[in-house]
Design a protein around this ligand. Structure first.
Ligand code: C5P
Length: 432
């Protein structure tokens, strides 16, 4: 497919070279379009040497095949801008067309993906926030920046997403046929290359984060969940071809190309999940929904120490189980600190879900707020799959492997699962 790779003038322009190379490796025809400022960071010769097409000179210079911006815009299957500086985003949001890149952006009807990169102060400026909101409203996909080292030795949010993340977002936007090699972004050594497309045509709903239950307009009851595991599942499901709705109580950035609904309380999460789950093939309740909330949230700030009267929150998963449609796969999560598998097995039966993913949150490197996790996946038929300590993305893919196996009618899980023993609750199957 034909991809225009727009590069604007930030230090992250050097990472756009890698984006270019990866997209060419995937068999795409890439035309890099550099702003004048981008050329101050990386030479056009570098891109021309790696891309399928030479870098066009500019709006005014001769272009093979006609007028550069209209030809490029019309022919493109996708335009990705990496890095997208604050200036580029402002010009694009304002509809300006004063150089070849902005003119191409206006001249295209193809999907557009922008990858902002700038200093934290600029990223947090309301002008940038509003420009991005405008672009999102117009259907532009945003691959949010990450936090880390910035130009000039600074640290903070604003660092452009890694090339692999950008390429994954581009391939997801192009559709399931866009990656002949099954590009996985090399998640980590040991992860099978890709399960790309094995959730194509499926609608997956994922919840994430810890809900916040109001005591008054200022205080909340919440828990330590970061939402990282749920967001990783949403991202993995999207990359495996699913249409994904993420209902999140976490402040983490929305994964690329995922329909994200932000909620705060259990009640809001219940409403959003119920609406999304109606036609869904899979619902993964990775959220740490508060089990209880103040019976009454005070309308005004409470002064002094309040006597809290608590009540249980609605059990969202129980509602889903009661209304589940035929073939729908329901996945619950549990965090335990002792008798982990035994308690989880009883919970799976009590809740009536198909799969229960259990975290031992007292284990080193697992559970709340870590970037790694270690889980056991229990199936209603009795099998268990141990997933060793790995990134939350690796754990996400392991959970989705079991989900996919279930959707295909094999109850147990992935083909390599070997039931070997009875565990303490009397159900067959320990594996790996
Ligand atoms: O019982 P426990 O809270 O440990 O169950 C955890 C599972 O149930 C998670 O999947 C969580 O998202 C879900 N849950 C729910 N509604 C609640 C509480 C938990 O759906 N009110």
């Amino acid at each position: 497919m034909r991809i225009v790779l727009g590069v604007s003038g930030g230090i992250a322009a050097y990472k756009a070279v890698e984006v270019c190379r990866l997209l060419v490796d995937e068999g795409h025809r890439v035309t890099p379009v550099l702003t004048d400022a981008a050329r101050r960071f990386v030479g056009a010769a570098t891109f021309s040497a790696l891309a399928s097409d030479p870098v066009p000179e500019g709006l005014w210079e001769p272009f093979e095949g006609g007028i550069a911006h209209t030809r490029l815009g019309q022919a493109a299957d996708l335009v990705v801008v990496a890095p997208a500086t604050a200036d580029l985003l402002a010009r694009y949001a304002a509809g300006m067309a004063d150089d070849l890149l902005t003119a191409t952006l206006l001249a295209t009807g193809a999907p557009v993906v922008v990858c902002p990169a700038m200093h934290t102060e600029m990223w947090e400026h309301p002008a940038v926030t509003e420009n991005l909101a405008t672009l999102r409203r117009r259907g532009v996909q945003v691959v949010p920046p990450e936090s880390g080292r910035l130009a000039g030795g600074d640290e903070g949010t604003g660092r452009m997403a890694e090339p692999e993340t950008i390429v994954r977002a581009v391939l997801a936007a192009l559709g399931p046929d866009a990656s002949p090699t099954g590009f996985s972004g090399a998640v980590a050594p040991g992860v099978p290359a890709l399960r790309r497309g094995d959730l194509a045509g499926r609608h997956v709903v994922v919840s994430a984060g810890g809900t916040r239950e109001a005591i008054d307009p200022v205080r909340v009851i919440t828990n330590r969940s970061s939402g990282k595991q749920g967001h990783a599942i949403a991202e993995a499901a999207r990359e495996r071809g699913a249409r994904v709705t993420l209902v999140t109580a976490s402040a983490l950035p929305a994964p690329a190309s995922v329909d994200t609904v932000r909620v705060e309380s259990a009640a809001e999460m219940e409403a959003a999940i119920d609406a999304a789950a109606r036609g869904a093939d899979v619902v993964v309740m990775a959220a740490a929904v508060a089990d209880f909330r103040p019976k009454v949230a005070a309308a005004h700030k409470v002064h002094g120490v309040p006597e809290l009267v608590l009540e249980p929150t609605p059990d969202i998963l129980a509602g889903l189980v009661a209304r589940r449609r035929p073939g729908q796969v329901l996945v619950g999560f549990a965090a335990e600190t002792q008798d982990v598998v035994g308690r989880a097995r009883r919970k799976l039966e009590r809740k009536g879900v198909d799969l229960l993913v259990v975290n031992d949150v007292s284990a080193p490197g697992a559970g709340f707020d870590h970037d790694t996790n270690e889980v056991t996946i229990l199936c209603s038929e009795g099998r268990t799959t141990r997933v060793p300590l790995g990134s939350k993305r690796q754990v996400a893919d392991a959970v989705l492997d079991v989900v996919v196996a279930r959707l295909h009618g094999s109850a147990g899980g992935p083909a390599d699962e070997r039931p070997t023993a009875e565990h303490e609750t009397g159900h067959t199957g320990e594996s790996r």
